[in-house]
Design a protein around this ligand. Structure first.
Ligand code: C2G
Length: 132
């Protein structure tokens, strides 16, 4: 049983996220997502539209996701990889190189981001539409 681990905010879930989760799952048999808490989003300077609980509920409906754990800080990844026995760590390549410190503990894979879609763009579009 090959265990895959990834992290993110996954706000306003879109096909770019699904494309990442689908490819991450295809690298193993079991996909764990470290979902950024609302407090950690503040540390990441990210304002998410949905709360952690709402984002978790939406993500749980995704067929590629087997387990969701909270991501509370930048420093939990090594412990998570060890405790969850993750074989592969996956992130979009906007993070390329940023998590290479995990290489002694597991395989590290950066996957190409899906172009032309982002939660920020979607929220911006809806905001403009609503105020028009
Ligand atoms: N992603 C993607 N294509 C997009 C948008 C996002 O492949 N168009 C990927 C990102 O690269 C990331 C995952 O989807 O691997 C989740 O994206 P975000 O929710 O934006 O995650 P982020 O804020 O980058 O948080 O500790 C890691 C951080 O929590 C990552």
């Amino acid at each position: 049983m090959k265990r895959v681990l990834t992290y993110g905010t996954f706000d306003v879930l879109h096909y770019g996220h699904i494309n990442l989760l689908k490819r991450a799952k295809a690298l193993g048999d079991y996909l764990i997502v470290g979902l950024s808490s609302d407090e950690f989003n503040q540390i990441k300077n990210k304002q998410s539209f949905y709360t952690y609980e709402q984002r978790k509920m939406i993500l749980e409906a995704c067929r590629y996701v087997d387990l969701i754990i909270p991501e509370n800080d930048w420093d939990q990844k090594i412990k998570d990889v060890q405790e969850l026995k993750a074989d592969v760590f996956v992130m979009g390549d906007d993070w390329k190189g940023k998590f290479d410190f995990l290489k002694p503990y597991c395989e590290v894979v950066y996957l190409p981001r899906t172009l032309d879609v982002s939660s920020t763009k979607t929220k911006q579009y809806l905001k403009e539409k609503m105020s028009a």
